[in-house]
Design a protein around this ligand. Structure first.
Ligand code: NOJ
Length: 730
C-alpha cells in the first residue's frame, strides 16, 4: 500500500508521500474550488484537477462526486465538500446574531454541533462558518451573520462555534471542518455598504477585528476565508501582512486559507492586478491557498511557475496545507455520506427540541411596562403584521437546506398556546415594503375587538445577510404607520420585532409599552415567541449590539473612547448632536426579564496583582422578584489612565445564571490579567501597569457595582496567550 493511503502512517509522511507523486497540474488542482457539479466539472474531478466543491448537496450527488474523485482519478484524493452551514443544516436555529443574544456559548456550541452532525451525515465535510466579523454598523446586512459589536463576546462565540463544528476530534465522522471568515475587517465597510473599502488603524484592526479570529485559530479552526474588502489599500485576499505576518507568524495558524467567492479574480477590479496572472501571483504570495470559484489559479499558476515568476515551493506549501487538512479530517478513510446516520439524526426530535430552547434563549425583552406576560385566558387576541404568519422570514439569511414548511409562524405559535375559548384574530395589515395601507382598516378593526394587539413587524429574511445593506434603519415600508394606527385604537400593544440588524424604532420605543426583539429564530420561532408572550418562558437574552436612535448615530458602540470632551448636557462644546440625543436607543448588553435581580457585596481580590496573575471579582446576585429567571451578569473594565486612549468600558467577562425567586448565588469572575492586554504606543501587546476600574452590571449602561485594582508592572505578551475569564457560581 502507498504510504499516503495507510492510515497508520503519521499525517506528515502521508502528505509528503502524496505530494511527491503529484504533477504540477494535480497540485494546482487541489487549490481549485468550484460551485456546482456540471459535466465539465465532473471531467475535471476525474482528472484529479479539483480540490474542493461547494454547494453540492444531497446524499446521492455527494456520493457521486466523491466517487468520481476517489475511484475516477489517478491518485484518488477525496474532495472537500463545502457548504454555508451557518445556523443549522436542515434543523434551522436562530441566526448567529440571535444566538449571540443568548450570551450563552454552550448554546452556540451545541447548535454548531447539531448542524455538523446533520451536515456530515449527508456528506458535507466543510462549513463556511463561523462568521466572526465584528460589526459596528447595522446598515451592513451581514451584521446578522456574526456575534455583534464586541470583541470579547465575539471571541467567546467564535471559540464555541469552532469547537461545535469540529467536535472533539476532526477525524470523528460527525465533525466538519470550520472556516472562520471573512478575514479581515470586512465588517468595517465604509458606509455599511457591503464589499466596500475598509480603512482603519492597525490598532483598531488588532484590538477590534482580530480578537475573534485569534480565538477561532486558538480553538483549532482548520480553515480561514480571506475577505472581499481592501484594507488600508491592500485587498484582504492579497494581504501578506494580515495573512502571513499576523495569521501565520503571530498567531501560528497551521490550516489553509480559502478565498471568498472570486476574491482573487476581483483583485483586478481592486486595481492591484492587471490580469489573472497578476491576481494569482498576488494571492498565492500573500498565502491564499485555495481559489473559490474564481478559476484564476487554473488559468495562471502553471504559467507563473514555468516562467519563474513564482517558485513551485509556494504551490507545494499551499497543497501541503490543504492535504494535511484532508488527512486530519479523516477524509481518505471516511469520504462518503451515511444515509443510515442521516435518517437518524436529520431533524430528529432532539434537534427540534434544541432549536426551541435556543430560540427562547435568544429572545431579548427590550421594554415592558406591565403588559407582559399575557394571560392565556384573554377573550380575544389580535395578531397583526406582515411577518406574523410569514414562514420564510424566521429562517433569516443563509438558511442552508432549511425548509419554510418546517417553520412555526408566530401566529401558529400563539394559536397553539391559548385555550380553545380564546379567539385569535389575524390581519396582515401591510407588506414589509411598499406603501399600500389598504390592509390597515382590517387591522384596526380586529384590534378594536381584542384585549391585546400583538404586532409582528420588521424585515424579510433576505433584507440582511450578504449584499443586503440598508441606508435606513427604520421599519421598512408603512409598518411603523401600521403600529401607530393600531396603537391609536387604545388597545394594549405588544411589538414583536423580527429582523437581522438593530433597527432605529424610536417612536415605538417611546410609545409602545412592550417590545420583544425576536430576530429570526429559526424553525421553532412561533413557539418560542408564544412562550415568552405568555410567560411560559421568562426571557433572559441581552443585546450583542447597540441600537441607534437614528441611522445618523452610526457607527455607534458601547466601547468607544472618552474623547477630550465627553458629552455633557450642560455644555454645548462637548461631543453630542444638536438635533438628537447622542445616547443609544437600547444599549449593548440590555435585556429585561419578568423578574428583577439585585447585585450586592462586590469584592475584588487582590487589590494589586502582577501581570500573569488572576483577579478574583465576586458579588452576590439575587432574584428579587416572583418568578424564576435568567440574568446575564456582565463584567466591564476601564483603564482610566494609560499610555494610549482606552475605551470607556470593555466587556471582560459574563455569565448567564438561572435563579429561582428569592434565590441568591455568589458569582466569582476569575479575570486573567492577559485579558487586559492592549497595544501600547509602540504597538506592543502589553499588560500595562496602573489602576483599573471594575464595573459589574446588568447591561453596559446599567452598572450596579464598582471597584478597582492595580497592576504592579508592565509586561509584553504574545498574541498566542489567550485566556478567557472563568465564572464560578456558588
Ligand atoms: C460569499 C460569501 O461572502 C461567503 O460568506 C460565503 O461563504 C461564500 N460566498 C460561499 O457561499
Amino acid at each position: 500500500m502507498e504510504v499516503y493511503k495507510d492510515p497508520s502512517q503519521p499525517i506528515e509522511e502521508r502528505v509528503e508521500d502524496l505530494l511527491k507523486r503529484m504533477t504540477l497540474d494535480e497540485k494546482i488542482g487541489q487549490m481549485r474550488q468550484y460551485s456546482s457539479f456540471t459535466k465539465e466539472i465532473k471531467d475535471l474531478v476525474r482528472k484529479g484537477l479539483v480540490g474542493s466543491l461547494l454547494n453540492v448537496t444531497g446524499i446521492d450527488k455527494v456520493n457521486e462526486v466523491q466517487k468520481a474523485a476517489i475511484e475516477g482519478s489517478r491518485l484518488g484524493i477525496p474532495l472537500l465538500l463545502g457548504l454555508d452551514v451557518i445556523h443549522g443544516y436542515r434543523t434551522i436555529f436562530p441566526i448567529p446574531l440571535a444566538l449571540a443574544s443568548t450570551w450563552d456559548p454552550s448554546v452556540v456550541r451545541r447548535a454548531a454541533r447539531i448542524a455538523a452532525k446533520e451536515a456530515s451525515s449527508e456528506g458535507i465535510t466543510w462549513t463556511f462558518a463561523p462568521m466572526v466579523d465584528i460589526a459596528r454598523d447595522p446598515r451592513w446586512g451581514r451584521i446578522a451573520e456574526g456575534a455583534g459589536e464586541d470583541p470579547y463576546l465575539g471571541s467567546i462565540m467564535a471559540w464555541a462555534a469552532v469547537r461545535g463544528f469540529q467536535g472533539d476530534n476532526l477525524s470523528d465522522p460527525d465533525a466538519i471542518l470550520a472556516c472562520a471568515k471573512h478575514y479581515i475587517a470586512y465588517g468595517g465597510a465604509e458606509g455599511g455598504r457591503d464589499y466596500n473599502t475598509v480603512d482603519i488603524s492597525d490598532r483598531t484592526l488588532r484590538e477590534v477585528y482580530l480578537p475573534p479570529f485569534r480565538a477561532a485559530v486558538l480553538a483549532g479552526v482548520g480553515t480561514i476565508m480571506s475577505a472581499f474588502n481592501d484594507l488600508n489599500g491592500v485587498p484582504a485576499s492579497a494581504n501578506e501582512y494580515t495573512l502571513r505576518k499576523i495569521l501565520r507568524e503571530e498567531l501560528g495558524f497551521k490550516g489553509f486559507v480559502v478565498s471568498d467567492w472570486n476574491a482573487i479574480g476581483e483583485l483586478i477590479n481592486h486595481g492591484i492586478a492587471g490580469d489573472v496572472y497578476g491576481a494569482a501571483k498576488e494571492a498565492v504570495e500573500a498565502g491564499v491557498d485555495m481559489d473559490m470559484q474564481g478559476d484564476v489559479y487554473r488559468r495562471a499558476l502553471r504559467k507563473l511557475v514555468e516562467d519563474g515568476a513564482i517558485s513551485e515551493k509556494l504551490i507545494d506549501d499551499a497543497v501541503r496545507r490543504i492535504l494535511e487538512v484532508k488527512f486530519k479530517l479523516g477524509l481518505f478513510e471516511n469520504p462518503y455520506a451515511n444515509p443510515e446516520r442521516a435518517r437518524k439524526v436529520v431533524k430528529c426530535k432532539e434537534h427540534l427540541d434544541f432549536a426551541l430552547e435556543a430560540a427562547r434563549k435568544s429572545i431579548v425583552l427590550l421594554k415592558n411596562e406591565g403588559v407582559l406576560p399575557l394571560r392565556k385566558d384573554l377573550k380575544t387576541i389580535a395578531v397583526i403584521g406582515p411577518l406574523a404568519n410569514d414562514r420564510t422570514a424566521p429562517l433569516g439569511s443563509w438558511y442552508c437546506l432549511g425548509d419554510p414548511k418546517d417553520v412555526v409562524t408566530v401566529l401558529e405559535g400563539i394559536r397553539s398556546k391559548v385555550p380553545p375559548q380564546t379567539k385569535v384574530l389575524y390581519a396582515k395589515g401591510c407588506d414589509v415594503e411598499g406603501d399600500s395601507k389598504e390592509g390597515f382598516e382590517e387591522a384596526i378593526s380586529i384590534a378594536k375587538q381584542s384585549d391585546v394587539a400583538i404586532l409582528v413587524v420588521g424585515e424579510r429574511g433576505d433584507m440582511s445577510g450578504e449584499a443586503a445593506s440598508r441606508a435606513y434603519l427604520d421599519l421598512p415600508g408603512v409598518q411603523e404607520d401600521l403600529v401607530k394606527a393600531v396603537y391609536e385604537t387604545g388597545v394594549p400593544v405588544v411589538v414583536v420585532l423580527m429582523n437581522g440588524r438593530p433597527l432605529s424604532v424610536k417612536w415605538i420605543a417611546e410609545h409602545v409599552p412592550a417590545i420583544i426583539e425576536a430576530w429570526f429564530l429559526g424553525i421553532q420561532m412561533g413557539h418560542a415567541v408564544a412562550d415568552v408572550l405568555f410567560g411560559d418562558y421568562n426571557p433572559g437574552g441581552k443585546l450583542p449590539v447597540t441600537f441607534p436612535r437614528t441611522v445618523g448615530h452610526v457607527p455607534i458602540y458601547y466601547n468607544h473612547k472618552n474623547t477630550g470632551r465627553p458629552p455633557d448636557p450642560k455644555n454645548k462644546y462637548t461631543s453630542k448632536y444638536i438635533d438628537e440625543d447622542y445616547r443609544p436607543l437600547f444599549p449593548f448588553g440590555h435585556g429585561l426579564s419578568y423578574t428583577t435581580f439585585s447585585y450586592t457585596g462586590l469584592e475584588v481580590k487582590p487589590k494589586e496583582v502582577e501581570p500573569g496573575d488572576i483577579v478574583l471579582i465576586s458579588f452576590t446576585l439575587t432574584n428579587t422578584g416572583e418568578r424564576e429567571g435568567d440574568e446575564v451578569a456582565q463584567l466591564y473594565i476601564r483603564k482610566p489612565v494609560a499610555s494610549v486612549t482606552r475605551p470607556v468600558k470593555e466587556l471582560k467577562g459574563f455569565i448567564r445564571v438561572t435563579l429561582k425567586p428569592g434565590e441568591k448565588r455568589k458569582v466569582t469572575f476569575k479575570l486573567p490579567t492577559e485579558q487586559l492586554a492592549f497595544y501600547n504606543s509602540e504597538m506592543k501587546l502589553v499588560i500595562e501597569a496602573g489602576a483599573y476600574h471594575v464595573m459589574i452590571g446588568s447591561s453596559s449602561q446599567d452598572i450596579r457595582l464598582t471597584s478597582e485594582f492595580r497592576i504592579s508592572k508592565t509586561k509584553e505578551i504574545s498574541l498566542r496567550t489567550l485566556k478567557f475569564t472563568e465564572a464560578i457560581i456558588k
